[in-house]
Write a protein that binds this ligand. Structure first.
Ligand code: GAL
Ligand code: MG
Length: 993
């Protein structure tokens, strides 16, 4: 055997059957109606399961050894890198091998697979087709030692006719998979680079007289009727064809004989398909010896006046980018995992999925049909590595492959093979030509082919951005961008009167770590501009590998953790759910921003809600639970009676009988699922709206006895103040409270830290370089002047003139900080500081109390329960939350700032014996955690963190926003903490309970 195909650009496959619509026929109607899973069908032999396996470091090794050696075992589907072979490697843009197409390194890992099998219900009158739904790497296939064929597009269904090679029993299949091939240059997606047979393998018995390919199009008529047009594109031996169409309830809508070219069915009073109401018909196309079943949703996708219309209704894509990624199985996604993902997406109010960056398995589209998602299905094509060939990112090289005729064949085949098999899936509403592969003549050709194959779905390609003036973009139906700022969106596109295509963000709101800030601004634009048809968050889940470390703990690892030479660190950890699908706070920001109902306007008595759905009377599927909270904290909860509430209409509800303006604090409306439907269980929370009239009356600090405080000590080092048997020590070098002691208990044992530092988030990764230059991570107080005073009322004030400063640099903050110990033992903190104008904006300005005791129980009146920041506060609402310091901390795989709550006016921390309470008249942001910001700054993995016994309570006047700068615009100025004046006053008190 001559192993030359995998470095031959002209050979994307060898001996593969021509592409056709995906379907697996039943033997007869009885089987069709009993609707077994694919692997249980009479004529399907599933080859999944345990295979024999040998791993080789190169073809030479294979050639030398494979006849002699014993085998290991490996499951199929799987990727071998997660079974102890080869190397784990994560790279984003940069190619993992030298750039030398079509050649690949000699040291090209390969896996040799072998399995013995029998054909289920073997019948020699049938043809047998061997299907591979996904193989990462280039693969050569043999059956019973005869060469069958070759394939190399990873996410492509390759089918081979093995009729002349197989018998009923004792067959042997062998597959040799190479990690690298010329395909490597076309599959440079941002992900772990795994190898192996990662999707199903099966053999299907087909009648000799058969339908090979057919295409369905649905068209809406004028009077509620619709037509389903079925074109039989290819058949063998002229089978006689009849058909039957059933509705979702099993009623026969049509039954007839068909012509060989196809047929057309008129459905009166057609029920239409949409993501909100995914109504499916079922078509049976029947030949003498086979029954093909095809689920059909009747729907039309059009673009008109720069709007995206589904069934003539303008919609917005509230989308998510979905990679096939599992922390234990890599590219192999189980049915349960997928279902779980779809469920979470529904609850996150997502209506669209981009199959970043390759076609999914047929099962994915079947589920999307059934549960309702608008799918943008993408070709398996990315050549991003060309922009990094010389080290620096250089977009001028973007079109190196795209515009070079030598590479026409792979580009066209990748596009065509992503469309033909999937064309009958209703859920697909757009074809995407690939991701980050530049633009050029090869895309012009690929677009022509795509349009020819399908005129019913708009075409998408973000790479069009890199086209040159002479390139033809006319076949691309929408403008697509990733990660522009909202300003750029408006200036460059939305404000243009001659905008000739709608605009979509195929990626936005990069969800890496604690992210995204500023989501609301994008959605306001989406609401305000018809032409802004939607966005897909990058991305669904964190990619990481789950492994067990020495102490038995199971941990997540990312790029660079496997000793790989080329890698991109934790850039793969950027999802709204974690690798095991635990939602991050990020997820809830999307849930809220996408909520199906929104409170539009209100006055004291009347509340106006809008149904933001496109097709469904929302009162049929959602309840609104209203909670009226009084200023004394009492809550009244009731369900609103909703009248008919059609899509995009408003309703007005009068609540005067519940809301007394002189006692009400706030009114919230929670949107919850009314009855089980489309993967969602009754009572699933989908979002909320809140109106705040007046903050709650928080009882004054725990009333202690009014008793005079006394000055015990005033030396050059410290000031000690006593109240009853409490001692408060102030450090004259640091200008702060440094110790709190009650009887034998030390509640604070370190000077309070004035701080501008936060553990950098992934979004801070660029600006943190500027921050570090200015020593923001290590500023120290310098006290110039101290004055101590006891006042007539007995209270004592200690006032410091101070600055925050560190080596090499001038002062960053200067001003006065006044501590007062009042007559009930509470401490008031009052400062007035100025920021040096030339210093970069601050991460935060606050004070960290290191509380010595196990202050674990946490209560706060502020924006929770999710972490909240000035630009990331969609999901949070104002309430009195009770939680624990441990629970309040959100674990990110790469530790960083998390868990702050803005607009907080009351905090209480207790250890059961003692309590620390804070009251702030002007609301502050706070955080309470068992990790110092230092620890969070230096750790690279969550499992490196050790929870300290202390509680670090940080009270911030403010923090900079979160933004999306890890892969997106710089934090907008309005969210940068950069004012010249900082001024705050709050009280803190320690009590024994
Ligand atoms: C985009 C790319 C994605 C991913 C993302 C960053 O440029 O299309 O695949 O790399 O950036 O996480
Ligand atoms: Mg990329």
């Amino acid at each position: 055997m001559n192993f030359k195909f995998h470095t031959d650009i002209e050979k994307q496959s060898v001996n593969a059957l021509p592409k056709h619509a995906y379907f697996v026929p039943y033997t007869n109607k009885t089987e069709a109606f009993s609707n077994p899973k694919r692997e249980h069908m009479n004529r399907v032999t599933l080859l999944n399961g345990t295979w024999k396996f040998r791993y080789f470091e190169s073809l030479n090794e294979f050639l030398k050894q494979h006849e002699l050696l014993e085998f290991d075992e490996i499951p199929v589907p799987s990727v071998w890198n997660l079974h102890g072979y080869d190397q784990l490697q994560y790279t984003n843009v940069q190619y993992p091998i030298p750039y030398d197409p079509p050649y690949v390194p000699e040291k090209n890992p390969c896996g040799f697979y072998q399995k013995d099998f029998d054909i289920k219900n073997y019948d020699e009158k049938l043809d047998y087709h061997l299907n591979f739904e996904g193989v990462a790497g280039a693969y050569y296939v043999w059956v019973n030692h005869q060469f069958v064929g070759y394939g190399q597009i990873a996410h492509d269904i390759n089918e081979f006719d093995i009729s002349s090679f197989v018998r009923a029993q004792n067959n042997k299949i062998e597959v040799l998979v190479f990690k690298y091939s010329d395909a490597t240059y076309f599959e440079d997606q941002d992900m772990f680079r795994h190898s192996g047979i990662f999707r199903d393998v099966y053999v299907v018995g087909r009648s000799k007289k058969r339908i090979i390919d057919f295409k369905i199009e649905t068209k809406l008529g004028e009077y509620e009727e619709a037509t389903i047009e079925v074109a039989i594109l290819k058949q063998k031996q002229n089978p006689e064809v009849t058909y039957q169409l059933l509705d979702n309830e099993g009623n026969v809508i049509a039954v007839d004989n068909a012509a060989l070219e196809g047929f057309s069915i008129t459905v009166p009073e057609a029920k239409l398909w949409s993501a909100e109401r995914p109504y499916l018909y079922e078509l049976f196309v029947i030949t003498a010896d086979e029954v093909i079943s095809q689920k059909i949703g009747i729907r039309e996708v059009t673009i008109s006046n720069n709007k995206l219309l589904i069934n003539d209704q303008a919609i917005k894509l509230r989308g998510v980018n979905y990679h096939d990624s599992d922390p234990e199985t890599g590219y192999s996604i189980s049915e349960e995992r997928l279902l779980e993902d779809f469920k979470l997406m529904k609850a996150g109010n997502f209506n669209a999925i981009r199959t970043a960056h390759y076609p999914k398995s047929p099962y994915f589209y079947e589920l999307a049909n059934q549960y309702g998602f608008y799918v943008m299905s993408e070709a398996d094509l990315e050549t991003h590595g060309v922009v990094l060939l010389y080290g620096e990112e250089n977009n001028e090289d973007y079109n190196l492959i795209a515009d070079d005729k030598r590479f026409e064949k792979p580009i066209i085949e990748r596009v065509v093979s992503s469309i033909v098999p999937l064309k009958n899936f209703t859920s697909i509403i757009s074809w995407s030509m690939g991701n980050e592969a530049g633009f050029g003549c090869n895309f012009e050709r690929a677009l022509e082919q795509a349009k020819q194959l399908d005129t019913t779905r708009p075409l998408h390609y973000e790479g069009a951005l890199y086209a040159e003036d002479h390139h033809d973009l006319s076949l691309i139906d929408m403008i697509s961008r990733m990660y522009p700022s909202t300003d750029e969106l408006v200036q460059r596109y939305l404000s243009k009167e001659d905008l000739d295509k709608p605009i979509l963000l195929c990626e936005y709101a990069h969800a890496m770590g604690n992210s995204p800030g500023g989501l609301k601004e994008y959605h306001e634009l989406m609401e305000n501009y018809d032409a802004f048809i939607g966005g897909f968050v990058w991305e669904w889940c964190d990619h990481a590998i789950k492994t067990t470390i020495q102490n038995g703990a199971s941990v997540y690892r990312y790029g660079g953790d496997f000793g790989e030479k080329v890698h991109d660190g934790n850039f793969c950890v950027d999802g709204i759910v974690n690798p095991d699908r635990m939602p991050h706070d990020n997820y809830f920001e999307f849930q809220q921003i996408h909520r199906p109902i929104i409170l539009k306007e209100h006055n004291a008595t009347n509340y106006i809600f809008e149904n933001r759905l496109d097709f469904v009377d929302v009162s049929e599927i959602i309840n609104i639970i209203c909670t009226v909270t009084h200023r004394d904290g009492e809550k009244v909860v009731f369900e609103l009676e909703l009248p008919e509430f059609k899509p995009h209409t408003i309703i007005e509800i009068n609540l005067s009988e519940y809301i007394m303006l002189d006692t009400v604090s706030d009114v919230s409306f929670a949107y919850v699922v009314k009855k089980d439907q489309l993967l969602l269980q009754k009572d699933t929370y989908l979002g909320t709206d809140q109106v705040i009239y007046k903050r709650r009356d928080i009882a004054a600090l725990n009333n202690k006895q009014q008793e005079k405080v006394s000055l015990i000590k005033d030396t050059s080092q410290e000031v000690v103040v006593k109240y009853q048997n409490w001692y408060y020590v102030f450090d004259k070098h640091c200008g702060v409270l440094s110790k709190v002691v009650h009887e034998q208990h030390i509640l604070v044992n370190d000077p309070i830290q004035l701080t501008v530092w936060r553990a950098p988030t992934d979004n801070d990764s660029h600006v943190k370089v500027e921050w570090k230059k200015m020593n923001y991570d290590s500023l120290r107080p310098r006290v110039y002047e101290t004055s101590v005073k006891q006042h007539h009322d007995g209270s004592i004030t200690i006032c410091f003139d101070l600055a925050l400063i560190e080596d090499r640099r001038p002062k960053v903050m200067t001003g006065t900080l006044t501590w007062s110990v009042l007559n009930q033992g509470e401490i008031s903190v009052d400062y007035n500081m100025k920021k040096e104008a030339r210093a970069p904006f601050l991460p935060r300005f606050g004070m960290t109390f290191k509380l010595s005791e196990q202050f674990e129980a946490l209560k706060y009146y502020g924006f929770g329960p999710f972490c909240s920041y000035i630009d990331k506060r969609e999901a949070s609402y104002l309430d009195m939350f009770e939680t624990t310091v441990t629970q309040n901390f959100e674990h990110h795989i790469m530790p960083q700032e998390t868990g702050s709550h803005i607009d907080t006016s009351y905090i209480a921390l207790t250890d059961g014996q003692y309590q620390a309470e804070v009251i702030a008249e002007k609301p502050i942001s706070f955080n309470a955690k068992h990790y110092s910001d230092y620890q969070l700054t230096v750790a690279n993995h969550d499992d490196e963190l050790t929870a300290e016994p202390y509680t670090f309570l940080t009270i911030d006047e403010g923090q900079s926003g979160i933004g999306t700068n890890s892969c997106g615009p710089r934090l907008p100025e309005k969210y940068q903490l950069n004012q010249s004046q900082f001024k705050l006053k709050y009280k803190i008190q320690f009590n024994k309970l």
